[in-house]
Design a protein around this ligand. Structure first.
Ligand SMILES: [Zn+2]
Length: 219
């Protein structure tokens, strides 16, 4: 294994650990479920398998190349590594967040696409799809996820959780938080007996996407 200690790597690892801790602190994962990664050049820094995030320090950095070969650290990378690498190979993403957030995971068992309950879907590139179920860590899951992510920055994994990506860790994290919030909103509105929530039309969502393109930041 190569010993790599660039500033960029150190900084990115600090970001990966901070983001992973945030997913736990914000209740998006329980224990060591879920995982976070960031890409620096041809190296992907990724949370290790089975180590509580509050125990990860600067010396615990885990890095792999885009083929999954470990190039940094001794701890084993997350078992969801194929999912992270698939995103980096097929998009320009610099960060990936995977969680088992409860509302989003609940919705993944109910729909193949998250109903357009709120224009926040525009921040994820459009209606959020659910990838078919496949066992964690498999190529089948990664392939299904890539199809669900086409033209999107986030998707659900059926009976499993969420995946979002972004150009920074903060962006990827925020997309996960928005997705979880939107799923919670739909579940809340759908649970009122005798009522069905009004939904946006695809045209209304496209209108929001156009507005976002014009004004840069979502409102
Ligand atoms: Zn998972």
């Amino acid at each position: 294994m190569t010993d790599i200690h660039g500033d960029a790597i150190e900084q990115a690892w600090g970001g990966v650990v901070a983001t992973a801790r945030r997913t736990a602190a914000d209740g998006l994962v329980v224990g060591t479920s879920g995982n976070v990664s960031a890409r620096v050049g041809d190296i992907v820094l990724v949370t290790p398998s089975g180590v509580p995030y509050d125990r990860l320090g600067p010396d615990d950095a885990v890095g792999v190349d885009l083929e999954g070969r470990q190039v940094l650290g001794d701890l084993a990378p997350t078992s969801e590594l194929p999912l992270h690498l698939a995103v980096y190979r097929c998009t320009g993403a610099a960060a990936v967040v995977h969680t088992h957030a409860v509302h989003a995971t609940a919705v993944s068992t109910l729909v193949t696409e998250v109903p357009l309950i709120h224009y926040a879907a525009a921040m994820l590139g459009g209606p959020v799809r659910t990838a078919p179920y496949a066992r964690y860590g498999t190529k089948e899951l990664a392939d299904g996820m890539l199809a669900a992510l086409r033209d999107r920055t986030g998707c659900l994994l059926r009976n499993h959780g969420t995946v979002t990506h972004g150009s920074t860790l903060d962006e990827a994290y925020d997309r996960t938080a928005q997705l979880e919030w939107m799923c919670r909103l739909w579940l809340t509105a759908s649970s009122v007996p005798g009522h069905r929530p009004a939904l946006l039309t695809p045209a209304q969502l496209r209108d929001v996407q156009d507005a976002l393109k014009g004004y840069g930041q979502p409102g």
